[in-house]
Design a protein around this ligand. Structure first.
Ligand code: ATP
Length: 485
């Protein structure tokens, strides 16, 4: 919060220039919401009323190099200053809504085009520069009360349905802020078409992906978003692969939590909430996202492979194709898709290696298979969380029910899983294959005097690498002797 106020204070000279020219700078959008919620305000959006785009550009230019980031919608940025400057827009409602910049509309009319009441508030910065921000919130649609009541409400029903992305926005906001959409919003989202009301085109993958990323990274309980889709009857058409997990039974001794859907949801919640960054497990946010997404997909092969005895042999292999199908609908990022698929394909291996007391060579072979997209540490984390997401519902409600013994037992089970993970991690650390496979000792240049580059050399080097991995021979000369024998 202090950082945010400092940032705003730094912008004061710009605000004063705007005010001197007759303009009014308003803080708008998510920044006002986050300020009220006392959350970190990341993006600052300023909407300037009563001056033209040219005039705004002229002022901003005095403070640095100005770029238009959305020429059509008049969004400007000054290089080095992390703030979006824009002019109010009027969106007409109708079959073909047009977006028009209009500096002279009222702040209420300008806020009307925003999706949810919690995002449709503003602060008149010309009035509050030295005063209390909180007392000066402009809130024409009741966003403050909705925040207090933990309610999500559409600003305008008929406007809301025009952009299908808003369904995904509701999904991520309700999980992030643990708020409930009201009945009207639920009903809108039940029916909202996933095609753009004007162009008839499907909503772009990139826009959906951004919201899914926010859901998985910014919420401590992303399962709430999927649970809500299920509740309003949209899980089946939006994520059929997840819908298919509902009712797929699992063996009680391994999965006291219930069906595969419940298990999957628990794993993504653990991955999203466990403070793995501080435990020094997640390298960064991208890695955290990769792991949560992989857990979302890890058991997608179970509906097809679960037999009467409730074993699901080969689900990890079959799950790869299902995961691809889901992922391709939300992203074009081929590297991300390939990375998730690798983690899905091998998510059972760490436990199999540990339980089978496998030789080092088996660990090394697995590290090779994971390359180039992912590594053993990431796979270990997926496996750990796969285990942690198995709590009977009664234990999840521990705080309210306080079934001490059950909770205690579970903690012990958790401890066991962490211990297993540590053993796995120390093994891969010792083998130096934590973040990549063992590098080949014998290289082409080492045998150039004996073999010309070509297929034969390739064969020899392959053999040398095999001996190195399988037998642990790491001496160059010894390897050379063995392969040339
Ligand atoms: P976040 O913290 O997730 O970035 P945000 O609300 O700031 O939240 P943005 O996508 O940056 O999210 O949007 C900024 C503001 O623009 C929103 O608060 C909302 O008022 C408005 N907005 C964004 N997308 C839409 C949309 N599809 N329909 C209506 N209003 C929208």
């Amino acid at each position: 919060m202090k950082d945010f106020l400092k940032k705003i204070n730094k912008l004061k000279p710009i605000f004063l220039d705007i005010i001197n020219l007759g303009g009014i700078p308003y803080l708008v959008g998510g920044s006002v919401r986050d300020f009220v919620l006392a959350k970190d305000v990341k993006d600052i959006d300023i909407e300037i009323h009563k001056i033209s785009l040219k005039e705004l550009e002229g002022i901003l230019k005095k403070f640095g190099h100005v770029r238009f980031v959305g020429k059509k919608f008049g969004v400007l940025r000054i290089d080095g200053i992390d703030v979006d400057w824009s002019l109010p827009r009027r969106d007409s409602i109708g079959r073909k809504p047009k977006v028009k910049i209009d500096p002279n509309i009222s702040i209420k009319d300008a806020l009307h085009r925003r999706d949810l009441t919690i995002n449709a508030m503003a602060i008149d910065l010309s009035k509050v520069l030295d005063k209390d921000f909180k007392k000066n919130i402009i809130d024409p649609f009741g966003g403050l009360k909705d925040i207090k009541d933990k309610k999500l409400r559409a600003v305008d029903k008929s406007f809301f349905i025009q952009d299908p992305l808003r369904l995904f926005r509701v999904m991520q906001f309700l999980a992030r802020f643990e708020m409930q959409p009201d009945r009207v919003l639920d009903n809108i989202c039940k029916k909202i078409s996933l095609k753009d009301s004007v162009t008839g085109k499907k909503i772009s993958r990139e826009r959906i992906f951004d919201e899914i990323k926010k859901l998985l990274l910014k919420s401590k309980k992303p399962s709430l978003g999927f649970g809500w889709l299920r509740k309003i009857g949209r899980l089946k058409d939006i994520f059929p692969e997840l819908y298919d997990l509902i009712g797929v039974k699992q063996k009680k001794i391994y999965h006291p939590e219930g069906d595969v859907f419940e298990h999957t949801m628990q794993t993504i919640d653990v991955a999203a909430s466990l403070d793995l960054v501080n435990l020094d497990l997640y390298k960064d946010e991208n890695e955290k996202f990769l792991i949560i997404l992989s857990l979302l997909c890890h058991d997608l092969g179970k509906p097809e492979t679960t037999d009467e005895s409730l074993s699901a042999k080969g689900h990890e292999k079959l799950g790869v194709a299902v995961a691809k199908k889901l992922l391709k609908r939300i992203t074009r990022d081929k590297i991300l898709i390939a990375s998730v698929c690798k983690l899905v394909l091998y998510h059972m291996r760490p436990v199999q290696l540990l339980e089978g007391k496998a030789k080092s060579s088996a660990y090394k072979r697995l590290a090779i298979k994971l390359e180039p997209q992912v590594n053993m540490r990431q796979l270990g984390i997926v496996t750990l969380i796969d285990k942690l997401g198995r709590k009977p519902k009664a234990v999840i409600k521990e705080e309210t029910i306080k079934r001490k013994q059950e909770v205690l037992n579970n903690r012990l089970v958790d401890k066991k899983y962490f211990r297993e993970f540590e053993i796995f991690l120390s093994k891969v650390k010792n083998l130096k294959i934590e973040s990549g496979s063992e590098k080949p000792v014998l290289l082409g240049r080492d045998i150039l005097d004996l073999v010309k580059p070509g297929p034969q050399m390739g064969e020899i080097l392959k053999l040398a690498y095999k001996i190195q991995i399988e037998e642990g021979v790491k001496d160059k000369e010894a390897l050379k002797k063995r392969v040339l024998r």
